[in-house]
Each structure stands twice: as C-alpha cells, then as structure tokens.
Unconditional design. Structure first.
Length: 352
C-alpha cells in the first residue's frame, strides 16, 4: 500500500504517503475498511485508493501492466534464441543458487524432497573440472564423472533426503588430477548391519525426565506411557554396544554410522571419541578410524524441542510445572512433536 488515510472519531483525518510519486485516491475502493481494536480516540483503518495495489484481505485487482512478468517458458525461449542456455537443469526436484567470482563458478544445489535422488545436473559452466564441497564436513573432492557440451557441463550427482552441497567450477585447474580419473562421483553404499539395541537412555532429571529408562527398540518419546518421557524436552543420552560385521573390517572401505530419523539434533560418541553433531540430512558420521571389530561403546545425545514440555506442563497445576514463559500458545490437548532417536541406526559401507 503506497498511501494510507486514517479517520479519527473526532472528525479529523490523516494521510500517510510512502512515496511522493503516488497520490491518494479520491474515493475508498468498495468502501473497504477493517474494524479496529484500538484505544479510545483512534478510528478504524480505511483503505485508500486502488492505484494498482489491492488492499489487505481483498482479491488483487488487475495489474496495470499485465505483461510485466512473462511466463518463464517465454523468457527461456527468448534467451535460448539469443544463445543463452539455462543456467541449471536437472530432471529431479533440485533447487540451485549460482554465484560467480573471479576464481570460480559456485553452485549451491539442494534436494527438496525427503527421498534419495540420483540425477544428472547440467551447469552453465565449462573449461573447469567440477568439485564437490560439503558444507557439513568442510571437505572438498573432485567429481571425475562429467561431460562438457556447448559451453555447459553435465555432472551425475546423488542426493540423500534433503541433502545439499556446493558444486564448484574453479577457473584454475589443478595440475594433478589423474588420481580421480575413471572413478565414480558417488561410490555405491551398502548397509552392513542395523544396531537394534537394546538401548539404555538417561534423561535430565532437572527437566522432569527419569534418570534411566530401558528401550528394547527405538521409539518416539511421545509414544511412551511415562509422563517424564512423553512430555520431556531437553537432552537424553542413548547407550548401547555392538560388534562390527566380519565383512566390514575386511573390506578396508570407509564406514559410516547412519542414525536414520532424529528429532531434532544429535551428538555421537564411539569408544570415547566425539564424532560431532548431526542436525540435518544425511544424519551420519564417519566411524572408520574409531570403530573396533567387537565391543564398541556407542553413545548418542539427542535434543528435541520445547513444545512438548510446555504442553505437558499444562496438565499440571502451576506449582508443579517445570517451565515458565510470558506467553504459552499451547494447551494440554495440543499435538505433541515427534522426539528422540527413531532410527534405524545402521552401519554403512562406502564402496564396492
């Protein structure tokens, strides 16, 4: 809205114009007004003229310039005729952002779906060997499988559910790249084993949780009957032990621990080694250098969100509540949010 007229109960009025190029309309469109809830002395807000901009809560009026935003296909066809191909193309539901610097063409690509996608992405970049930069681990590696044609480069990529990374085309080509030639961009993955438990889970007693709980299998906290677990919000620690399958320590290939479904963050420790925090897809950490053939001690700290505790407190009298807030939008019957480690927790082998 470029201009606003306010009528007060005492008969006075005020006009607010956000841009001198705009002018207040002589009449209010369809006598539209929004009933106000202000204190005495303030009147209802009244919508001023159309001027090509519809008021709040009304259907948009016909734009002054109907051809201001042409269809994408029309724009793409026009650019194609002038020798400008699409900046990015993919058969999958992949989103992208492109940044160009003096040193490189940098593409941020993301899987918008909760499923694994293997697709070939085509980038409007050429004359450079593409690299994959992982924003979670900070690692960089080459993508040896790629094909250039007509000023663009096609690169086969694999995305885990909701995974994202950078594909970078450096203008300065590395000298030694023969080691990666002929290799696949993404080696095959195979699940060697699932860590089923049982699990010993310790909750924070200061937040209303039990100091110890037995989970024969992984399950959502909100499915438990104990109020201290069902309504728990905070950090709980899962503990179990496992042995490595024979195939794993004979292969010599990288090994990963995949947590499956997590709500909402986790920190992983294996045999006393802190392997870091996971907070998004693909929910896994590498365990190659710290895992043993047998007797592995696994600890996973899992943190969820606050709503469940706020909801649980609504079932208690004020003196027994754990949380306090100036405003609580939740009721005792509000739906609880999924929480905890849901799994499956599995050992993944990378490579043939």
């Amino acid at each position: 809205i470029a201009a606003l007229k306010i009528d007060y109960h005492d008969g006075s009025s005020q006009e607010i114009v956000t841009d001198r190029a705009w002018r207040v309309s002589a009449s209010v469109e369809q006598d539209w007004h929004l009933p106000g809830h202000a204190a005495t002395g303030w009147g209802d807000v009244v919508e001023l003229g159309p001027m090509g901009t519809a008021p709040w809560y009304l259907k948009p009026t016909q734009t002054v310039f109907p051809d201001l935003y042409p269809e994408y296909s029309a724009t793409a066809d026009l650019l194609q005729k002038h020798g400008v191909p699409p900046d990015f193309e993919s058969a999958g539901a992949i989103r992208f952002i492109h940044r160009r610097t003096k040193e490189a063409d940098i593409y941020f690509v993301a899987n918008a779906l909760p499923e694994t996608i293997e697709t070939t992405c085509t980038f409007r970049a050429s004359g450079a060997r593409p690299e994959l930069w992982d924003p979670l681990t900070g690692t960089q590696r080459g993508l040896p499988q790629h094909k250039e044609r007509d000023g663009r480069t096609a690169v086969p990529l694999r995305f885990e559910p909701h995974q994202s990374f950078f594909v970078v085309f450096p203008r300065k080509v590395p000298k030694n790249t023969s080691a990666t030639l002929g290799r696949r961009n993404f080696p095959p993955l195979s699940q060697l084993a699932e860590i089923r438990g049982p699990w010993d889970v310790a909750f924070d007693t200061s937040l209303g949780g039990p100091d110890h709980a037995h989970f024969p299998t992984l399950e959502d906290w909100i499915q438990r009957s104990e109020p201290g677990i069902k309504y728990f919000s905070g950090i709980a620690t899962y503990r179990t032990t496992f042995d490595l399958p024979d195939k794993a320590h004979r292969s010599g290939q990288p090994l990963f621990l995949n947590l499956g479904e997590v709500h909402n963050m986790a920190r992983v420790r294996l045999n006393g080694h802190d392997l870091g925090v996971v907070w998004c897809a693909p929910w896994q950490v590498e365990i190659t250098d710290v895992v043993k053939p047998s007797g592995n001690r696994l600890e996973i700290d899992v943190a969820n969100l606050w709503p469940n505790r706020l909801i649980g407190d609504q079932t208690q009298p004020p003196e027994k509540r754990i949380t306090w807030t100036t405003w609580n939008p939740y009721r005792a019957d509000s739906p609880l949010l999924p929480s905890g480690l849901l799994g499956p927790v599995s050992i993944i082998l990378v490579g043939p």
